[in-house]
Design a protein around this ligand. Structure first.
Ligand SMILES: Cc1cc2nc3c(=O)[nH]c(=O)nc-3n(C[C@H](O)[C@H](O)[C@H](O)COP(=O)(O)O)c2cc1C
Length: 436
């Protein structure tokens, strides 16, 4: 019986453990988590979502405060078109974030950054170019293009000196999306180095419609893409993602030709994960019926989350002057429209509720949108219940090794906790406080 460790992901002459921990914004897949995956010989992702907030937290910079100060005059205005990102500061924040991870990297693995196209930031092309270039400048091993079609993203960095040596990959959820990407980029003479194929059981945003996501099946999509690449004589590593919960699940994909797997949900239960410890307990406690796919993300993509997420129904004033990551090229965000509609409908109300959309920037910043994979309800089976009723947090190393070596659908429980091991994560206790 085979385990994941019997396989290797090959990039040229480089051999890796074929486990890629997926990007989880905003700083849920922390540098600490990614560094562990790299140290153990796999691939870890950081995410550049809301990178100014992340830099402020880690480096005591004041990017968010500075932006809010600059645009304070516009807070009560529903037209946000004036609220632009300072590209120099965006580059600096990205550099801080990536450089910190790369400087700390040990071992033979790699660290990639997850870049979501749907973070349109009121100037989609300009801001994405800066994000991608700054990550390359700071020495990132690779970039995973996600959440969006990214048809023009390669072209934005085609002149960068690292365009051909960094590992550049893309996440797709259909053959059609992949074909569009390849067609659009054919003239650049550069194929993606890997293709992550994300199915409907993943966490975060889903690349399917709200009415049909449940009809799709990861294995069917992967097989279709495999056949297409074979017919086109394209040798690009395929990396399935979404619902791969055990080492045996991973092996079944590797045996049928996948180059690696991308996994995330099991790492949300680790100490290195950026979620506050009390939110990690919500993930452990969740039952299957506590998880839903809804449309509250202003991006227009369905998103999976715990039904108890404080973000659902929160009617806070849009915080675009401080954040503004989801403003489209004209300064609009679907949450602003929904919020204004509710304010107009309840002119006397002190507090309103907005059910159909959420201010995702604020929610993600405060860890109030508990996005999760479908299999989150199984996390409780991967650990021990402690005397006080809480669940024992795991180490990233434990989860990584379990994927790497387990067989027969088994999941290894963590060693019995010592008091020190169970102390709350100091770093995470700082989370959840709003930016000043
Ligand atoms: C908490 C959480 C946050 C996520 N955030 C992102 C994200 O910011 N960008 C992205 O491309 N994928 C995101 N994902 C998807 C993962 O990177 C990954 O592809 C997927 O969840 C793998 O499936 P699994 O969670 O069942 O292992 C997220 C997943 C989780 C669980």
């Amino acid at each position: 019986m085979k385990c994941v460790d019997d396989f290797r992901l090959r990039f040229g002459r480089q051999e890796l453990v074929p486990i890629m921990v997926g990007g989880m914004g905003v700083d849920i897949s922390t540098a600490e988590l990614a560094l562990e995956a790299a140290r153990l010989g796999g691939i870890g992702h950081i995410s550049d979502a809301m990178v100014k907030t992340v830099s402020d937290r880690r480096f005591k910079t004041d990017f968010v405060k500075g932006k809010l100060k600059r645009y304070k005059f516009n807070v009560a205005n529903s037209d946000k078109s004036a609220v632009l990102f300072d590209l120099g500061r965006l580059a600096k924040a990205t550099h801080n974030h990536v450089d910190r991870a790369m400087q700390a990297k040990r071992g033979n693995g790699l660290i990639f950054v997850n870049c979501m196209e749907k973070l349109t930031m009121n100037a989609p092309r300009e801001t994405l170019r800066v994000r991608l270039s700054a990550a390359l400048d700071a020495g990132i091993d690779g970039i995973t293009l996600s959440a969006g079609l990214h048809l023009g993203s390669f072209a934005l960095i085609a002149d960068h000196p690292r365009f051909r040596d960094a590992r550049l990959g893309i996440i797709v959820s259909s053959l059609r999306a992949l074909q569009l990407f390849l067609r659009k980029n054919a003239r650049l003479g550069r194929l993606p180095d890997y293709i992550a194929v994300e199915g409907p059981l993943a966490g975060g945003h889903l690349g399917f419609g709200i009415d049909d996501w449940a009809k799709h099946d990861l294995r069917v999509i992967v097989t279709g893409i495999q056949q297409y690449l074979h017919a086109e004589k394209l040798d690009i590593p395929l990396i399935p993602a979404g619902g791969i919960f055990t080492g045996s699940d991973a092996v079944s994909y590797l045996e049928s030709g996948a180059a690696a797997v991308q996994v995330a949900t099991r790492f949300t239960a680790t100490r290195e994960c950026g979620l506050p410890d009390k939110v990690k307990q919500e993930y452990f406690k969740a039952n299957e019926e506590d998880i839903e796919v809804n449309m509250i993300s202003p991006t227009g993509y369905p998103m999976r989350m715990l039904k108890g997420s404080p973000a659902i129904g929160a009617g806070i004033r849009p915080n675009c002057e401080a954040y503004g990551y989801l403003l489209d090229g004209s300064g609009n965000c679907a949450y602003i429209t929904a919020y204004n509609r509710e304010v107009a409908a309840h002119p006397k109300a002190k507090k309103i509720s907005v059910m159909d959309k959420t201010c995702l920037c604020t929610a993600m910043r405060n860890f109030d949108c508990w996005t999760c994979g479908h299999n989150t309800y199984r996390l409780k089976d991967t650990t021990r219940r402690l005397a006080d009723g809480t669940y024992q947090l795991l180490s990233t190393e434990h989860v990584f090794r379990d994927y790497q070596f387990s067989i027969d659908q088994k999941i290894a429980l963590p060693p019995d906790p010592s008091p020190a091991e169970n102390a709350p994560n100091q770093l995470n206790q700082a989370h959840g406080k709003p930016d000043k």
